[in-house]
Design a protein around this ligand. Structure first.
Ligand code: ADP
Ligand code: MG
Length: 253
């Protein structure tokens, strides 16, 4: 049995909404999700648009909290963890690079400086991280917005890695990138798993990307888990009829 990094037990997420008549209602975004994410593996979260993939990620570093159920990280209920520590342990990479005006170095060292790491030490670490994400150290002095989007996305990753996370949440991290830059990010994800032992949870709507990097698949539809399976089994012999339709490109949101 593979060890779970994250466990979700009967997790339901609701949000206020309005129905067609304009009355305030409660929408169930995720419905009684019970699943786990294996430690040290890449899990791809798949499902049609609107199925709740991004919402699920938001629960894992407490950008939102569920209405009911329990989320457990390494045996601890998320609600019992200090939120800043949690967000350091569970880093997030978004669709678009999340850099602020300033140099690449300032961006990468921001988190460590806030934690009181000495500037020289933070700088040395930034030099290691920029190489780890496949960029040259002379980019450190450049304004972040002078880099290509693909480079900026790698700097965003380096910035997240500067917090020494155990888990990376990636929400369609390649969707703004050209194919080469996208391939670089995918390679980097596999590299981070093997070199640092990170657990990666990767939302994508591109099946080929999941085929390429995922060890495990979590397939959700209308806020419910349809299938959680090792990637090979999911792609070669999906068990649920909805998985079969999805793989055939025939399942709508
Ligand atoms: N900010 C929001 N407020 C209320 N409902 C939202 C919000 N964002 C998304 N939703 C709804 O939540 C559901 C799941 O959305 P999301 O998690 O973004 O799906 P996915 O990432 O799979 O496309 C959808 O029905 C969507 O309309
Ligand atoms: Mg989404």
């Amino acid at each position: 049995m593979r060890e779970a990094k994250f466990e979700l037990k009967d997790v339901t997420l609701k949000r206020p909404g309005r129905n067609a008549a304009g009355e305030i209602t409660t929408a169930v975004i995720l419905n009684r999700i019970t699943t786990s994410f294996p430690r040290g593996e890449i899990t791809a979260v798949l499902g049609p648009s609107g199925s709740g993939k991004s919402s699920l990620l938001r629960l894992l570093n407490r950008l939102e909290d569920p209405a009911s159920g329990q989320i457990i990280l390494d045996g601890d209920d998320l609600r019992d963890l200090d939120i800043f520590t949690l967000r350091r342990r569970v880093g997030m990479v978004w669709q678009l690079p999340t850099l602020f005006p300033g140099t690449v170095l300032e961006n990468i060292t921001y988190g460590p400086r806030l934690r009181g790491i000495a500037p020289a030490q933070a700088r040395a670490r930034a030099g290691e991280l920029i190489l780890m994400v496949g960029l040259a150290t002379d980019l450190l002095e450049r304004p972040a917005d002078s880099l290509s989007i693909g480079q900026q996305q790698r700097v965003s990753l380096a910035r997240t890695l500067a917090n020494d996370p155990e888990v990376l949440l990636l929400d369609e991290p390649t969707s703004a990138l050209d194919p080469t830059a996208a391939a670089n990010i995918l390679h980097l994800m596999v590299d981070l798993k093997s070199r640092l032992g990170l657990t990666l949870i990767f939302v994508t709507h591109i099946l080929d990307q999941a085929r390429q990097v995922a060890d495990a698949i979590l397939f959700i539809h209308h806020g419910e888990v349809v299938e959680a399976a090792p990637a090979r089994g999911f792609f070669t012999a999906p068990r649920d009829p909805r998985s079969q339709l999805f793989l055939a490109g025939q399942l709508g949101g």
